[in-house]
Design a protein around this ligand. Structure first.
Ligand SMILES: Cc1cc2nc3c(=O)[nH]c(=O)nc-3n(C[C@H](O)[C@H](O)[C@H](O)COP(=O)(O)OP(=O)(O)OC[C@H]3O[C@@H](n4cnc5c(N)ncnc54)[C@H](O)[C@@H]3O)c2cc1C
Length: 1012
């Protein structure tokens, strides 16, 4: 599999030159005319094709480049799943009036399209809530027509869905398939349903697949087959859960394969997201190794996505595997259905590249390249799933000497394949989704996207003015476009040139080798650092890992008053030198530091995981955030510390500048032992403030190692000191120091208030930035997708064992979907792995210490009815299982519980406004989530709630520096936001200098610049 691993992020130009072109060019050149001519014929025939389905025309009239197309997709995505009338009406009122339906009415258009547009236009006027329509007559009309409108729209979407859904159940699907007049077509039934989130869901999908195989096998002269999604068979179908996949998922696969063999039904495993690819191949290898498939069975298949750079290597590997075990396999070559998702993931996680091609013509060319590889294989039976005329024509010519089949999606591509109506040897399998509307929505959205996207061949074909010769172009004609408007690499997404921090792809084998092998390191020491030197002291404490109480992670030397005094003296002496240190050099230190952090992922992760109990994934995110802080603040500083000339009367120069204030104290918490520690420290340093860093005692070892890297990056030894120890012992003395100017604190509200009281005694008014906790809520109404809500809530509440100030503490669920959400949430919690943080499979580890453990436990005692999955008895640390507590009102919540504890509470949709006011009354204002498809709901929440960071239809944790500046209000902190544009200026003094240039002999500039 080495070649597969190595090609995930390969440069697409290199791949084109070294693999694709040498393989396809000879054949392409030799057969160019034939291929071109057939492509043109297919297109012309397709253009003549008269669809029987009026909805197809509607889909193309309202494509995704029009606002109305997006409106219809939003309706289609949400309307059918909403159980209550109020929310349904809200969604309709929200979406329909926003469309410009009138513009789609035109004599030349299909009558059905025109009638639909007229209907949408009138509906829009009826449900419009803008003031001009607020008349008694209008309200009456609205009331009378609402039920009709709801029914009509629901039916419309049901019909739209039927365009893509073959049948509601497998018996109906089989009987419909058997009635299909053209014997050259057969079917692959896809049991609708996406990734399972819970074990009961997976069981249900497994039963469906079994039933599908049995029913299809009963009468299968046509050779119909079943398509299977592995993510539906196991909720944790993820590379880092390989062991569990081998124990739980593999047996399900084996059972289905055996059943398929027994019933003589072909099966094909669908291709899903790129990070699951190697896992799927490992499972398949295991099936071959165990000789599950009998040599006579010819029906085992897998889909390969040509938009992935690795697809060629995957085909070669499969061919090799088949030869090794003398076993045939079917390969369904698709281009791929998750392109936009892959791009987003790679950007968010800062990967070194994209796993998919970023130009459509490269996907098309790679499809041809993969076809050649399939052509060369004697063991693989090729199946080409495409609706693209050029791809079809090329394959038609390439495979003159070899058996193969085409495949198409039900509801798409009929026009394309109509060309082959009279070809006897033509074979086509139709991918036929089967299921009820409950399971169809994600599938439907993917199809609408595919039909509506500008890059889609089908979409271009159906455009009224599409040009046949352009449509028939070979993708080779576009290779000069390879560098035109390139998609920025995931590391270069910020337009201002700031580098995105490098992410680690933990689904990749090379990284799994490294990070999966991080071992419990030998205990290390942490010293105070003054003048760049390690200063030992007599108070030395053993630090144990919260995830394994028998493991001493290191010894920490706590600062005493002598060390603190010495640190303060050195810093104060150096203060003016540092203030006047050239800004570009201060910035360079930060950038060097960012690079060093990036080069030290492994040792930092190993230490941080053991000391703070953070999982590997969380540690990596912590370091990435620290890196982003360095690069962001350094970029901000370059802009901020320029001298600004201000306009004024002639004869004076007015300048405005910022300068560091002097001595700062930064006090950082243990829950982000790297990101917050670094963020607060470098923000002060880049402003020219000499700084004392006082990290939480629980994460002293990590802070010490990080600080050493900062010195290595070139920080002058006297610009900052690291003081370790308990806050109450180290800080009071510093807080009283006459030179103190800034205090930056992140931690609990109680400690922030103690610091504030200390500062009140100071003769000066000291600047205090405090970032404290949150009692964060996530509101989900019944238009939201429950699976998405549950996935985001689990991440928001239980990642980092809930020890994030942004974590979701209260989930507010619209009452109509409360029971369903509660059920799914419990199921998803059951699937979480609680364990040692250095194991890649761990989702959640221990809480930080005994005190935290006791506080959380005492909260839990009040709720004997709580829901908690059982923990393995082998764990020896401060482990608390993910916990769910049902509450009946927000008033029950009075304080933040800093751990893996989620409270869930129902609400009624008409109470949304008072719910928001209730959130405000909690007094915190840090993060808030809304899951809804209704803009008016989102607007009500965002306008009413006084919260610093609001997240819509996503999780509520993991704010990105410079993208989601982070910080709250009320009990949650003072602002300015960390990683935001206002942060640095709060640490500086402003200077305004006005120079009267006429004082020495008049205004020479004025007199010489004015002409008569
Ligand atoms: C029978 C069948 C089974 C299928 N099974 C699967 C499956 O298991 N897994 C799966 O993922 N999909 C599957 N699909 C969906 C399939 O991937 C899409 O239908 C297919 O991508 C459309 O390809 P096309 O040749 O018809 O269209 P075309 O319009 O020629 O190509 C569309 C392709 O180009 C890609 N693309 C768009 N823009 C860019 C860009 N800028 N850079 C690079 N590529 C770009 C799209 O993502 C898409 O893959 C299946 C399809 C069929 C017909």
């Amino acid at each position: 599999m080495e070649a597969i691993f190595n090609s995930k992020y390969i440069d697409q130009k290199i791949f084109l030159d070294q693999h694709i072109l040498p393989t396809i060019q000879p054949f392409h050149t030799q057969h160019a005319d034939l291929i071109q001519s057939l492509t043109t014929k297919i297109i012309l025939k397709a253009k003549e094709y008269k669809t029987k389905n009026p909805f197809e025309k509607l889909i193309h009239e309202y494509d995704l480049s029009s606002k109305e197309g997006v409106v219809l997709m939003c309706l289609a995505e949400a309307l059918l799943r909403i159980p209550d009338v109020t929310t349904m009406n809200q969604l309709i009122e929200d979406k329909i009036p926003t469309g410009q339906w009138k513009e789609h009415i035109n004599k030349q258009k299909d009558i059905f399209v025109n009638l639909s547009s007229i209907a949408f236009m009138f509906s829009g006027k009826i449900v419009d809530r803008s003031e001009e329509h607020e008349t008694i007559f209008h309200n009456l009309m609205k009331k009378m027509s609402e039920p009709m409108l709801r029914t009509a729209l629901k039916q419309g979407i049901n019909i739209l869905a039927k365009q893509f859904v073959f049948a509601e159940n497998i018996s109906a699907a089989n009987s419909q398939a058997s009635k299909h007049a053209d014997a050259r077509f057969n079917f692959s039934f896809d049991m609708l349903g996406e990734a399972a989130l819970t074990l009961p869901d997976a069981r249900r999908y497994f039963d469906n697949y079994q039933q599908a195989i049995l029913t299809t096998g009963q009468n299968n002269q046509r050779g119909n087959s079943i398509s299977i999604k592995l993510s539906a068979l196991y909720p944790r179908y993820e590379r880092n859960q390989l062991d569990r996949c081998l124990t739980h998922l593999l047996p399900s696969m084996v059972t289905l394969i055996e059943l398929a063999m027994k019933n003589n039904v072909d099966i094909c495993f669908d291709a899903e997201e790129a990070d699951r690819l190697t896992l799927s191949l490992m499972l398949i290898e295991e099936i071959f190794k165990r000789k599950i498939i009998t040599p006579t069975y010819r029906g085992f298949g897998i889909a390969v996505q040509a938009y992935q750079k690795r697809s060629g290597a995957v085909i070669q590997w499969l061919d090799q595997l088949c030869r090794q075990y003398d076993q045939p396999i079917n390969v369904r070559l698709v281009k791929g259905a998750y392109w936009d998702t892959e791009i987003k993931i790679a950007q968010e996680l800062g990967f070194e590249g994209y796993p998919v091609f970023t130009k459509k013509f490269l996907t098309d060319l790679n499809y041809l390249y993969c076809s050649h590889l399939l052509h060369e294989s004697s063991k693989i039976f090729p199946q080409f799933a495409t609706h693209n005329a050029f791809s079809i024509s090329y394959i038609h010519h390439l495979f003159q000497d070899k058996e193969f089949e085409f495949q198409k999606l039900h509801g798409m591509g009929d026009e394309i394949y109509s060309y082959f109506a009279s070809h006897d040897h033509f074979r086509c399998r139709v991918y036929a989704p089967v299921g009820g509307y409950n399971d169809l929505l994600p599938y439907l959205v993917r199809r609408l996207l595919e039909n509506g996207a500008n890059t889609s061949f089908i979409h271009q074909l159906k455009k009224e003015n599409s040009n046949v010769s352009e449509l028939a172009h070979s993708p080779l004609q576009k290779i000069d476009h390879i560098n035109q408007t390139p998609l920025p690499s995931p590391r270069a997404i910020f337009p201002d040139g700031r580098l995105n921090s490098l992410g680690v792809d933990l689904s990749e084998e090379s990284n799994i080798q490294i990070f999966g092998a991080l071992t419990k390191s030998a205990p290390s020491n942490a010293f105070n650092i003054v003048e760049g030197q390690d200063i030992p002291s007599s108070t030395v404490i053993d630090l144990c890992s919260p995830s394994n109480l028998t493991q001493v992670v290191g010894k920490v030397h706590y600062a005493d008053q002598a060390i603190t005094t010495s640190a303060l003296e050195k810093l104060v002496m150096y203060s003016s030198t540092w203030q006047n240190y050239p800004v570009d050099q201060r910035c360079r230190i930060l950038n060097n530091f960012a690079d060093l952090l990036e080069q030290n992922y492994e040792p930092l992760v190993a230490l941080c995981a053991q000391e703070a109990g953070k999982t590997i994934k969380d540690c990596l995110a912590d370091i990435r955030e620290a890196i982003d802080f360095c690069r962001y603040y350094s970029q901000q500083a370059e802009r901020l510390f320029q001298i600004n000339s201000l306009p004024g009367p002639t004869g004076e120069i007015n300048e405005y500048t910022l300068k560091g204030k002097g001595l700062s104290l930064v006090i950082s918490p243990w829950n982000f032992p790297i990101a917050i520690f670094v963020g607060q420290l470098v923000a002060n340093l880049v402003c020219g403030n000499v700084t004392i860093a006082k990290p939480a005692e629980q994460s002293s070892l990590t802070a010490y190692q990080v600080f050493r890297l900062l010195l290595k990056a070139g920080l002058p030894a006297n610009a900052a000191s690291l003081l370790l120890g308990r806050g109450e012992e180290v800080c009071p003395f510093i807080l009283a120091h006459p030179s103190l100017e800034n205090v930056v604190f992140t931690g609990s509200l109680e400690t922030a208030k103690i610091i504030q009281r200390n500062l009140a005694q100071h003769p000066k008014v000291i600047n205090l930035i405090a970032e404290t906790g949150g009692l964060n809520c996530l509101i989900a109404d019944s238009s939201a997708l429950t699976e998405q809500v549950v996935r985001d809530v689990v991440q928001s509440s239980f990642n980092s064992a809930g020890q994030r100030c942004s974590a979701c503490r209260i989930l507010l669920i619209e009452e109509n979907v409360y029971a369903k959400t509660l059920d799914m949430l419990k199921g998803a919690m059951d699937c979480l792995v609680v364990g040692h943080p250095l194991e890649l499979k761990t989702d959640m580890s221990a809480v930080i210490d005994q005190e935290a453990f006791d506080t959380i436990q005492s909260h839990l005692q009040q709720y004997p009815q709580r829901y908690q999955p059982l923990l393995p008895s082998s764990l020896q640390g401060y482990y608390i299982p993910p916990t769910l507590i049902e509450i009946s009102s927000l008033e029950q919540m009075t304080r933040e519980v800093f751990g893996p504890v989620l409270h869930i509470c129902p609400y009624q949709s008409h109470n949304l406004k008072s719910l928001c006011e209730g959130i405000n009354q909690l007094g915190f204002g840090l993060t808030l989530g809304i899951h809804s498809r209704i803009d008016s709901v989102i607007n009500t929440v965002t306008k009413t709630c006084k919260v610093g960071n609001i997240y819509i239809n996503r999780n509520i944790v993991g704010a990105v520096v410079g993208v989601q500046p982070f910080g709250g209000q009320g009990f949650s902190g003072t602002g300015p936001k960390a990683g935001g544009p206002e942060y640095l200026s709060r640490l500086c003094h402003e200077y305004s200098v006005s120079n009267n240039t006429t004082a020495m002999g008049g205004n020479a500039t004025l007199l010489t610049s004015i002409t008569d």
